[in-house]
Design a protein around this ligand. Structure first.
Ligand code: 5GP
Length: 185
């Protein structure tokens, strides 16, 4: 374990097994979707999750990235995240699966989902690796067949690893753990 961590919450094996389950569920749910869905990862935090998830999806999907800035270098979420780079793929009339590292207050998810709908997506489902439901400020309203998938429910700690950073560090750890407070206070 990295010396800056207090504990590991999910090992790389546990993450990998959970992603296999999510991918099987999504592949089954979107089997009849035509054209197949577009997976859009929210950079930078979702880069590893997106890469591991799409490699286990058994459909001829399209993949793209969007960037939403929410934290700067702190640990307090921003209420008005900005979208700082847009999409390459045309998502008009496409079903989108938005791939997130973690949903905390819900501001980023709502902002990005609105943005994707404004670009003409016919639906925006969500697949987040981690979810901190106790911290939610904005609840995303799913409509029609839109789905919400989550890997793990995360307790209210600041976690790093497997794509998640503090001040752009720790993203490359293969597991997810709790950062010791002395490293961010
Ligand atoms: P929200 O807008 O839902 O409050 O925050 C979403 C974003 O905040 C995530 O995409 C992630 O970048 C960041 N975030 C929220 N909680 C954590 C956490 O525990 N650790 C890290 N590293 N980032 C977090």
């Amino acid at each position: 374990m990295h010396p800056h961590l207090e504990s590991v919450l999910w090992t790389d094996d546990q993450i990998s097994r959970r992603i296999s389950d999510l991918a099987a569920q999504i592949s089954a749910d979107f089997l009849a979707c035509s054209p197949p869905p577009v997976f859009i990862g929210v950079a930078t935090g979702a880069f590893l999750f997106l890469a591991d998830l799409v490699r286990k999806i058994d459909l001829p999907i399209t993949v793209d990235l969007i960037r939403a800035e929410s934290y700067g270098s702190g640990t307090v979420s921003n209420e008005a995240p900005t979208i700082s780079f847009g999409l390459k793929v045309d998502i008009k009339d496409r079903h989108v699966i938005l791939v997130e590292d973690i949903v905390d207050t819900g501001h980023t998810l709502s902002r990005v989902s609105e943005h994707l709908k404004s670009k003409g997506a016919s639906s925006v489902s969500v697949c987040t690796l981690l979810d901190k439901p106790t911290r939610r400020k904005v609840n995303l309203q799913l409509v029609g067949d839109e789905k919400y998938y989550r890997g793990f429910e995360c307790p209210d700690y600041f976690v790093v690893g497997y794509g998640l950073d503090f001040a752009e560090l720790y993203r490359n750890l293969p597991y997810i753990g709790v950062l010791k407070s002395e490293h961010y206070e």
